[in-house]
Design a protein around this ligand. Structure first.
Ligand SMILES: Cc1cc2nc3c(=O)[nH]c(=O)nc-3n(C[C@H](O)[C@H](O)[C@H](O)COP(=O)(O)OP(=O)(O)OC[C@H]3O[C@@H](n4cnc5c(N)ncnc54)[C@H](O)[C@@H]3O)c2cc1C
Ligand code: SF4
Length: 351
């Protein structure tokens, strides 16, 4: 176990991988391109997480803290891996600041990129200030500012949350379901109603995918918080100069709808990390045809990629929740350890 294991990306998956490795006495080098650890929940200022209801800064903050305090984990922030070569048991990486690292194996935890709603122009983002994204509302709540109309700073009285923005949309090349945005929207509806009891919140959906235990959020949001759900196909979002107007079809009653709101929220999806082409070429790993990092031998070796000794975990593999990203980080840590161990055993056997 003399060479460290390189973990790339310091979000929930990377923090979990690094912590799991250090727990069994394995040295780790953690490389994060931003100046701050924590990944999307910290960098994008999420508010309360689903399904736990814990504040992101507390839940993920404690994961960051235990990694920062661990002497077996050497952390490099504000840098990325520029060059990567070698074989399992003896990889060499050069960082963007010129530092050189040797590693027994590597785990890629490079995460995802939030869908940019500008790529869905007919739904009004970028044209009307009161059309915002779930990440913007998360930030309004987590900063303590509260949910306000960006156009005039007033408390909204009617909010629409539009689901599947940048997901399940073949027209814009995003076929995947982003898995978490139905649950995040149900939670956000409750947060808005809690802060602004006079505000009516409507969720416009194709179908609701609050999978497994997350279904609890769906029922709670309706029964306790009176969030309303409308099955609809949205055609466009326009404005009359004050209100933002949602136009489409109520697909249950098959009638056209034109409804004014004070704010419209896009429940944005999870895109592949914009740097995945570069990551794929630096680390010599294949991409899935949708642009995420491809997993191989899914039922054999957790987190295996197309390159031996290089593993992947979390939202780098496709849309994932935080708890699944954490589980995958630990699982990939086991695979990375086993790969180093396998090499040590081979070396010992060869002596
Ligand atoms: C609006 C929204 C709200 C959400 N809320 C919840 C929620 O309440 N509960 C839940 O379970 N899930 C939620 N999610 C999903 C959650 O964001 C992901 O599950 C989680 O962030 C995945 O963790 P990760 O570590 O795999 O990736 P990320 O969080 O994306 O972390 C990846 C890290 O790698 C770094 N990185 C990227 N490329 C490089 C590189 N080349 N070199 C070095 N570092 C790199 C990034 O800077 C980042 O720090 C939400 C998603 C969205 C879009
Ligand atoms: S989780 Fe819900 S909002 Fe997100 S893409 Fe899937 S169906 Fe759409």
């Amino acid at each position: 176990m003399s060479k460290p294991i390189l973990v790339v990306g310091g979000g929930p998956a990377g923090l979990s991988a690094a912590h799991s490795l250090a727990c069994v006495g394995q040295k780790v080098v953690l490389v994060e391109k931003e100046d701050t650890l924590g990944g999307a929940p910290i960098l994008s200022g999420y508010s309360k997480l689903v399904p736990s209801g814990e504040w992101a800064k507390d839940a993920i903050g404690s994961m960051v803290e235990r990694v920062v305090k661990n002497k077996l984990i050497k952390i490099h922030t504000g840098v990325s891996v520029k060059e990567f070569s070698g074989k399992p048991g003896n990889f060499k990486a050069e960082l963007s600041d010129g530092k050189k690292i040797t590693a027994g194996s590597t785990i890629l935890c490079t995460g995802f990129t939030h869908f940019d709603s500008i790529n869905k122009p007919e739904w009004g983002f970028g044209s009307f200030p009161d059309v915002v994204t779930t990440t913007q509302v998360e930030q309004m709540i987590s900063s303590g500012q509260g949910v306000r109309r960006p156009s005039n700073g007033e408390k909204p009285k009617r909010v629409a949350i539009l689901l599947c923005v940048g997901s399940r949309d073949r027209q814009i090349g995003r076929e995947w379901c982003s898995k978490i945005c139905c649950s995040v929207s149900a939670k956000m509806g409750m947060e808005i109603r809690e802060e602004l009891p006079d505000c009516h919140v409507y969720v416009y959906y194709m179908d609701i995918r609050t999978f497994g235990l997350y279904e609890e959020m769906y029922w709670k949001s309706q029964e306790e918080f009176k969030v309303k759900y409308i099955k609809a196909r949205i055609a466009e979002v326009t404005s009359d100069g004050d209100k933002v107007i949602v136009k489409g079809e109520d697909t249950l009653v098959k009638r056209p709808i034109t409804i004014p709101f004070d704010m419209v929220v896009h429940a944005i999806g999870m895109d592949p990390n914009v740097d995945n082409m570069l990551i794929s070429s630096i680390f010599g790993v294949d991409l899935h045809n949708w642009g995420f990092l491809d997993q191989q031998n899914m039922y054999g070796t957790a987190g295996a990629t197309s390159r031996e000794g290089v593993f992947v975990a979390g939202a780098a593999t496709g849309p994932e929740t935080i708890d699944d990203s954490i589980a995958q980080g630990s699982a990939a840590a086991m695979s990375a350890l086993a790969s180093v161990g396998a090499n040590l055993t081979t070396k010992t056997a060869a002596k």
